[in-house]
Design a protein around this ligand. Sequence first.
Ligand SMILES: CC(C)(COP(=O)(O)OP(=O)(O)OC[C@H]1O[C@@H](n2cnc3c(N)ncnc32)[C@H](O)[C@@H]1OP(=O)(O)O)[C@@H](O)C(=O)NCCC(=O)NCCS
Length: 293
Amino acid sequence: MGPVGEVRIRPMTEDDVPTAERVTAIGFHELDTRMFRRAWPDPELRPPDRGANWIARTRHLLGTDPGGCWVAEDGSEMLGVVVSFEREKMWLLASYAVVPGSQGLGLGKALLAPALEYGSGALRGMLNASSDPKAVRRYHAAGFRLHPQMFLRGTPDRARIPVIEKVREGSLGDVDLMDSVDRRTRGAAHGPDHEILVQQYRLVVSDTSTGQGYAYLDGGVALLAATDRRTATRLLWEAIAASDDVLVGHITPENSWAVDVGLAAGLELDQGGFLALRHMRPPAPYLAHGALM
Ligand SMILES: CC(C)(COP(=O)(O)OP(=O)(O)OC[C@H]1O[C@@H](n2cnc3c(N)ncnc32)[C@H](O)[C@@H]1OP(=O)(O)O)[C@@H](O)C(=O)NCCC(=O)NCCS
């Protein structure tokens, strides 16, 4: 990969990951504040626990897909990061950012190119696009269709939460069930990503004679997939019941069952960002993970 102006684009290494975390935290700071009305205090930008999760997740993806992870640097300074990976012929983009002072100059296009090339043999593509118009242009140019997403947030009205049955704690012993649900909903299993997801979130599973599903919970939903709406609804109520400050994101219009639950629970509905898809329809019942989709 040749230089872009004075900037060099090269494969990410294990040693780059902590600096890459800072680059993505800085690249996203303004957007996160606008979208979730959650101002992270400078100079922290991203809270340490979320930063540690980013680092662990990126090390995992660098381990499974080293060819999908690249950095841009000018001398010794890292200016941009892209982390992409492939699961069962689906190309996914976990992280993509350029530091604010270097945005809008063509660096992002050059940085995304080797990641897109890595996924060029994939049949489908999926990523979560921020509402940054520069990001949206890049994904559209790469052939992605943009599907608007909603999110629910607030403190649930406990009096409205129904009795929740047929939901149990999950473990890595449920990977086959989860992979099967993912293949039906999004067309590709998360496979090895469950190893990192179980470390970072509480896993709940619903497995009955009429439907299967699972959710990773994190003060709301980090990821939810089910074979049917009834199972998905049950899992979402469990997530809402488990927190006093709920955030449920990544709701496409195809997942209006989640809007029904959230409004019934007294949460507020808002919108922001896009699910960007290539050669596939929006999965349902499905609430995507922010980075592992
Ligand atoms: C998204 C991001 C990585 C792209 O990197 P970049 O270096 O800014 O991208 P480029 O300069 O290569 O491309 C930006 C595109 O937006 C256009 N653009 C530049 N400034 C713009 C502006 N203020 N408003 C709208 N479009 C703009 C450019 O013309 C270019 O489009 P074109 O290639 O069709 O001409 C970077 O902007 C960023 O880090 N944003 C904040 C974090 C983020 O949202 N990341 C995406 C995660 S989903």
